[in-house]
Design a protein around this ligand. Structure first.
Ligand SMILES: [Zn+2]
Length: 281
């Protein structure tokens, strides 16, 4: 173990890391003399499709030799992808030029944050599908608007009072040499500190989930589609199905599951689409 991993954080949550692998999409290293439009044309894609699959190309049409680009599978045909060690659904979605929501819609068996197993088959829907495309483009904006509106009347409570040190933020990070997505923030606090519900809602899960690295975890569904997860607990103080108030104690800080020291993993999702908790405070 290198020093950097001794801080308290989730170690490879979901047990999944990004280690490459192409599947439905392929990786392409830009050669000297390449242009984006040539690369796109050779792959049967539009420039916009290549841009959508590669965040670094946002608003850009020039490429540099040496860059590795994700070339999504050609649109128009649904395909399947066999999950490899190191994959997670967000990564597969991004490589395929899809949003996580679009991928989950085509694979409802993974809705609700269920883990994917190596060797499982994931359906990669055609991105040009008119029906799903129209639905997908309409939903997120409306959902975000309603959430921020209701957020004013029902503000988010920080689950750990004055403990605000983040040992690992939301998003892509490198852990033990591999890149992975971290769908939440890790907040450092002493073992046993009470964890409070960020908002009122109903307990969706209160159980040990070692398979996915969460350890003892509580998941609360809030009335407007937001979901919060509290993980690595040393004690769960609520039961599944119970209604909880904003600020109610739901558990105690622990070090269970894939965790390298006492901390709370706090995850926020809008209809299971991961969002950065810090964007809500
Ligand atoms: Zn975490």
């Amino acid at each position: 173990m290198k020093n950097v991993f001794r801080t308290a954080l989730c170690a490879a949550l979901w047990g999944l890391t990004i280690t490459g692998g192409a599947g439905a999409a392929t990786a392409y290293r830009v050669q000297s003399g390449d242009t984006l439009s040539q690369i796109a044309a050779r792959s049967g894609l539009s420039v916009a499709q290549v841009q959508a699959a590669n965040p670094k190309l946002k608003g850009k049409t020039s490429v540099q030799a040496g860059w590795v680009l994700t070339l999504p599978a050609r649109p128009g045909a649904a395909s399947t992808y066999r999950v490899r060690s190191g994959d997670n659904l967000s990564v597969i979605a991004r490589r395929s030029g899809l949003t996580l929501t679009q991928l989950l819609r085509a694979n409802p068996q993974y809705a609700g944050g269920k883990a994917i197993q190596v060797g499982a088959t994931v359906r990669i829907p055609a991105r040009s599908g008119v029906t799903s495309g129209a639905t997908a483009s309409r939903t997120p904006a409306a959902a975000v608007r309603s959430a921020s509106t209701s957020g004013r009347g029902d503000t988010w409570l920080w689950p750990l009072g004055n403990y605000q040190t983040i040992s690992s933020g939301f998003g892509e990070r490198t852990l033990e040499g591999s890149d992975e997505m971290h769908y939440g923030v890790d907040i450092v606090a002493p073992l046993g500190t009470l964890v409070r519900a960020a908002r009122a809602g109903q307990v969706l899960e209160s159980r040990p989930d070692y398979a996915r690295g969460w350890g003892w975890t509580v998941v609360i569904e809030h009335p407007d589609g937001w979901i919060t997860r509290y993980a690595h607990l040393s004690a769960n103080l609520v039961r599944k199905g119970e209604n909880v108030n904003r600020g109610q104690s739901v558990g105690r800080v622990g070090n269970t599951g894939r965790s390298t020291g006492p901390h709370l993993h706090f995850g926020t999702y809008l209809r299971w689409s991961p969002r950065n908790p810090l964007g809500l405070y």
